[in-house]
Design a protein around this ligand. Structure first.
Ligand SMILES: Cc1cc2nc3c(=O)[nH]c(=O)nc-3n(C[C@H](O)[C@H](O)[C@H](O)COP(=O)(O)O)c2cc1C
Length: 456
């Protein structure tokens, strides 16, 4: 280890509140005992309230702050997902609005960053800039905005008259949206009288004075979570953090290098943009115990019904007559078939189907076993020591700057990580032992945005 002349990179950590996906196993705080397996068929329902109950958010946020995490993260879905006309079980229980939850969390935390996902496609810059600046004021400089572009017309039906923004326009709108928000945030540099903002662009015309004085961070932290070339370019030009799905070592390194190499064109340094994959973890006292727990979690996540639903995402046709414990369908996917609504469409279903069939034949796996094998794999499985070592190696080899942890159990799933892995990362000298600043920007080591001079 001592032969590497580079200083060891510090790891950044965030806690994702995973309320509404089918990989979350709900548990009552603060126990780690699962109360339900969600999604598909009729599993026992999580007790109403767990997912919209403030105590759940508070538990995870307080745990993350106890662990000195950089930020707490909320995803957002703007339409309840459905499949064959049935709303997903977890969505039935409710999907609260991110910034409202974060404002409430600001009151029960002191240093933890508070990051909310809000779509640039279905909002307006003035109003959203105001809401995010409000969070930044109320929290003393801890606000972050995950600028997503939201990919489907199904969601658009809740918002737009007659359909959806073209794919090609999503990022031009997002870029102009963010630039406009920053013009508004910059319009009152010294807290004095408001200066008039005059913005005219292809997507927005905004003329008026911003409602709030400059917020503690000046520019709240901006996160980006899209993977296309346009998404990466947008992140390189304007984001502070990328939330990515590239959580494997090799894929992570390739993504990391690709994005960091785009930065100089925008006059930015590699350290100005942090790359944080979403990852999962399973801990055990021994490696074997952790593997066993990981396998059990995967079985809970992929019930027989969930296995068939997952397959239908790929095949695009009704597969309800198939036996989840039997072989994969011989029929080919219908690329134009109906998929679960509110989910990202798979680019090449035929290729995925072929790969899954080959895997199932090679290993003799049933439908359910194939789905368990191909989806929901945990990123870090092992003893606290091995997980700390692997995470450190991952960051030091430039596959990431840190992680957005997605616990399987909600809301108590982060507790063992904070109790057992954080101290080991601290011992390795790669994670803070106290908060040194008060703003999220300072936790992340991001530059202060330039303070524009007053023009009037
Ligand atoms: C890791 C990750 C998390 C995302 N989270 C959300 C989300 O919470 N809400 C949302 O509407 N879209 C979310 N998205 C979707 C993106 O905003 C974007 O619409 C989608 O990835 C398609 O854009 P792309 O073609 O650039 O990948 C997420 C995407 C990624 C990769």
């Amino acid at each position: 280890m001592g032969s590497d002349p580079r200083p060891r990179k510090q790891i950044h950590l965030a806690a994702h509140f995973p309320g509404v996906n089918n990989t979350t196993v709900w548990a009552d705080a603060p126990t780690r005992r699962p109360t339900a397996t969600p999604a598909g068929g009729a599993p026992p329902r999580p007790s109403l309230g767990s997912q919209i109950d403030f105590a759940s958010f508070e538990h995870l946020a307080r745990t993350a702050e106890r662990g000195l995490f950089d930020f707490f993260f909320l995803a957002e879905g703007l339409r309840l997902r459905e499949h064959k006309g049935r709303i997903h079980d977890l969505d039935v229980l409710g999907r609260p609005e991110s910034l409202t939850v974060l404002n409430a969390l600001a009151a029960v935390t002191e240093r933890l960053g508070l990051a909310g996902t809000v779509s640039a496609t279905f909002n307006e810059p003035y109003e959203l800039a105001r809401r995010i600046a409000s969070l930044d004021h109320l929290s003393g400089g801890r606000a972050a905005w995950n600028v997503v572009t939201t990919s489907d017309a199904f969601t658009g039906e809740n918002f737009r008259r007659g359909g959806y923004l073209d794919r090609a326009d999503r990022y031009t709108r997002a870029a102009e949206f963010l630039a406009t928000a920053r013009e508004l945030w910059d319009s009152r540099p010294d807290g004095g009288a408001p200066r008039r903002v005059e913005h005219r662009g292809p997507h927005f015309t905004v003329r008026g004075e911003f409602a709030l004085p400059r917020s503690p961070q000046g520019h709240p932290v901006v996160i980006q979570a899209g993977d296309s070339a346009e998404g990466r370019e947008f992140a390189a030009s304007a984001a502070d953090v990328i939330f990515t799905r590239h959580s494997g070592l090799e894929a992570g390194r390739a993504f990391y290098a690709d994005v960091k190499r785009r930065l100089p064109a925008y006059g930015r340094r590699p350290a100005d943009l942090k790359i944080m994959p979403g990852v999962t973890f399973v801990l055990g006292d021994t490696a074997a115990e952790a593997q066993e727990a990981a396998a059990e979690i995967r079985r809970r996540q992929v019930s027989p019904q969930t296995a068939l639903l997952t397959l239908e995402q790929v095949w695009g046709v009704d597969l309800s007559s198939y036996d989840p414990d039997g072989p994969l369908p011989e029929i080919d996917p219908d690329p134009d078939g109906e998929l679960a609504r509110g989910r990202v469409r798979i680019a090449d279903p035929r290729a995925v189907a072929d790969k899954w069939r080959a895997l199932s034949r090679a290993k003799g796996l049933s439908i359910r076993e194939t789905v368990i094998e191909t989806t929901g794999r945990q990123s870090f499985v092992g003893t606290p020591e091995s997980v700390a070592r692997e995470m450190d190696a991952f960051v030091q080899s430039d596959a990431a700057d840190g992680f957005i942890l997605v616990p399987h159990l909600t809301p108590g799933g982060l507790d063992p990580f904070v109790a057992r892995v954080v101290p080991l990362l601290q011992e390795r000298g790669v994670f803070r032992t106290e908060y040194t600043g008060t703003t999220l920007r300072s936790h992340l080591g991001l530059p202060e945005p330039a303070r524009p001079a007053r023009k009037d």
